[in-house]
Design a protein around this ligand. Structure first.
Ligand code: UD1
Ligand code: MG
Length: 470
């Protein structure tokens, strides 16, 4: 409990959320909007949205501006909550852009967060909102104590400890404040909507960057005898904003290390762990084994008993207790128990590799099902196909699924045998137990149990009786 602050039983504040995500992120030196920069395969803004998943979308607004369409397109299910800031002239102006929506929603308080800070301290935010309400404060903010406060707005407190101003890096001069100030603004605020409405209009651009600084609200509150709660959040690195490639990569590395260590503690074998990258939403069952270098992203689930060799890249896939050999690439697919994939296999989205099935080297599978025990050992392309149980696909088999306009499906029924170097021109079905001779170009359906030979017959002639070659 903080000295002087009341956390009493006042009515719970009705909280809305505004995420500031309109800035270009000049210090990132990239054409991508900063909030779309990725950390372990997930965008900065994605982290913020996921942490606030419990918040109703009717109480949440995201201010976008620089390449707004790109940001909006990345989150199509959230289109309703985007608010445009056409000209990016500061964080204060960004909040003003959302103000009408906030007022219309009728919330008592609004939490404002920077979209470049992936960690959202959900519990500390509700404490902050309650402290604001209980103390009748116009606004509150979470502060950090950093050894190196460079880049952050410095918190200025009065002799009796009240927050009375924030001075931004570009306006800060240590000499004016009796030395360096180590308490900084985390960029997490709560505003009392009623108390702040008129003060917002008093913000100006009289500062080094000629922008409307949201942080000016602190001195405006102080000047109008409104109190500000400054709630310390400790010296944690978690609430650091990401402004440059260095900060992005350092944050990514610390999160990666944490995820790997947590998995090791939970009983996952991670060999060569320093080169294993696992995204924040991936689940890995204890008893799974992964060898680095290896990357696993998205909504992947790796189950107990799965063994993944080095140099694999996996995204949005479910792996049962299977074997994935080196240099395999798996996306949006399911690899079931006892299946074996790779080395050098590419499993593209929509594929399902059944129990005990085998996909060998240089085999590409796209939107295809390989049922139990089906095998494609070498050098094949299986696209838009359904490969029945026990089918054997010979080396060099290609499903010709595209006619230049549309995609078509290939169906190979159980226990069929496809000889090497076969082209299956879709749409086509090979019946159960059928055998397609090597080198065939199959353009018509093959009945169950048939032998299909679809190639020109070989002729062997006596060389000595041939006319001499010119
Ligand atoms: C900001 C704070 C600083 C704090 C730091 C914490 C201000 C003026 N300064 O500085 O006190 O210590 O965060 O990380 O707020 N944005 C807009 N529209 C704009 C400008 C920015 O939506 O016109 C968004 C950005 O996309 C970003 C967020 O606001 O997500 C913060 O902007 P940024 O430029 O990163 O501010 P900092 O310099 O980090
Ligand atoms: Mg920032």
């Amino acid at each position: 409990m903080l000295k002087g602050l009341n956390f009493g039983d006042t009515m719970k504040p009705e909280l809305g959320y505004v995420i500031l995500a309109a800035g270009k992120g000049t210090r990132m030196h990239s054409d991508l909007p900063k909030v779309l920069q990725q950390v372990l395969g997930k965008s900065l803004l994605g982290y913020v949205f996921d942490a606030l998943n419990h918040v109703s979308q009717s109480r949440m607004w995201t201010v976008v501006g620089f390449r707004a369409c790109d940001v909006e397109r990345t989150f199509p299910q959230r289109l309703e909550q985007f608010v445009r800031q056409e000209e990016q002239i500061g964080t204060g102006h960004a909040l003003m852009c959302a103000w009408d929506r906030i007022m219309a929603a009728g919330v008592s308080h609004v939490c404002v967060l920077n979209g470049d800070t992936p960690h959202v301290p959900v519990e500390a935010i509700s404490n902050l909102a309650e402290a604001c309400a209980a103390n009748h404060a116009a606004m509150g903010m979470l502060t950090l104590r950093l050894d190196n406060p460079f880049g952050y707005g410095r918190i200025i407190r009065s002799a009796d400890g009240c927050v009375e101003g924030v001075v931004e890096e570009k306006d800060f001069n240590a000499a004016d404040h009796g030395g360096e100030v180590h308490e900084v603004n985390s960029g997490v605020y709560v505003f009392d909507v009623g108390r702040c409405a008129s003060l917002l209009e008093l913000m100006d651009r009289n500062n080094a960057q000629r922008e409307y600084y949201l942080t000016q609200m602190v001195s405006l509150c102080a000047a109008h005898k409104q109190s500000v709660v400054g709630l310390p959040f400790g010296s944690s690195d978690l609430l650091r904003g990401i402004n440059s490639p260095g900060e992005l990569v350092r944050f990514e590395e610390s999160l990666r290390t944490k995820i790997v260590n947590d998995l090791l503690d939970a009983g996952v074998i991670l060999r060569n762990r320093h080169s294993i990258v696992i995204g924040p939403d991936v689940t890995v069952g204890s008893g799974a084994e992964i060898v680095g270098p290896c990357e696993i992203y998205g909504q992947s689930r790796i189950e107990r008993g799965a063994v993944i060799a080095s140099h694999c890249w996996i995204k949005d896939s479910i792996l049962g207790p299977c074997q994935v050999k080196s240099f395999s690439h798996i996306e949006g697919s399911h690899i079931r128990a006892g299946a074996s994939v790779g080395p050098y296999a590419r499993i593209r989205p929509g594929s399902d590799i059944g129990e005990g099935a085998r996909v060998g080297n240089f085999v590409e599978v796209k939107k295809s099902v390989l049922h139990t025990g089906a095998k494609a050992g070498h050098l094949s392309y299986l696209g838009d196909s359904d490969i029945g149980p026990g089918v054997n696909i010979g080396a060099g088999t290609i499903t010709c699924n595209y006619d230049g306009v549309r995609k078509h499906r290939t169906e190979i029924l159980e226990n069929a045998f496809i000889g090497s170097n076969t082209a299956l021109v879709a749409p086509v079905t090979v019946g159960a137990g059928a055998l397609v001779a090597a080198g065939s170009v199959v353009t018509k359906n093959v009945p169950d149990g048939a032998l299909c030979v679809a190639r020109s017959r070989q002729t062997n002639l006596d060389r000595k009786k041939q006319p001499p070659q010119s």
